[in-house]
Write a protein that binds this ligand. Structure first.
Ligand code: ZN
Length: 178
């Protein structure tokens, strides 16, 4: 999905175009879920997945290492792993959208949506200091508040699919063993 704005941008975080460019440069495609979280997956021999990442938005005086270091570290792990001849497990990079919540005073927006713990009614009335509604800021970044929890549904769906694939394989293996 081509997007010029950052997935972290719903809160006004700096664009993460650079992150997408870096992922492109190592040949990794990315997906952005309905909450604006960015994922890049490097499939391995096993569907067991190691998720690495953080967020690129920050807070005033958060320092230059807040969140961004976790994303850059994850990016470096992906770059190293791509270059390896064998990929025993699946590696997934995540950049959570609006993790700090500096603009609207509500943290864990993207990760909360993915975890299914985000209370839509609690965040619906939130406004920034200029009086802009969170709902409108999200919309500007291609995120619909009422669809944000779909991020949780798709995460669970992926989990279920890989679990069922694993159990199929295990069943097959135990039949062979008999
Ligand atoms: Zn942080």
């Amino acid at each position: 999905m081509a997007r010029s704005a950052s997935p972290g941008a719903p809160s006004g975080a700096p664009p993460a175009k650079w992150l997408i460019e870096k992922l492109d440069s190592i040949g990794l495609t990315h997906e952005i879920d309905s909450a604006g979280n960015l994922f890049a997956t490097l499939p391995g021999a096993s569907e067991k997945t190691v998720v690495v990442g953080s967020h690129v938005d920050s807070v005033p005086n958060g320092g230059w290492l807040d969140g961004a270091l976790g994303v850059v570290t994850a990016l470096e792990a992906m770059r190293r792993y791509v270059a390896e001849p064998n990929h025993p497990v699946t590696l997934k990079l995540v950049d959570w959208a609006d993790e700090e919540g500096a603009r609207f005073g509500h943290s864990l927006l993207g990760s909360g949506a993915a975890a299914g713990t985000l209370d839509l009614e609690e965040v619906r009335p939130l406004k920034d200091k200029q009086g802009t509604l969170l709902v409108d800021a999200l919309k500007e970044n291609g995120v619909e508040l009422d669809r944000m929890l779909d991020a949780h549904v798709s995460l669970k769906k992926n989990q279920r699919e890989s679990l069922s694939r694993i159990s199929h394989r295990t069943r097959r293996r135990s039949r062979i063993a008999k």
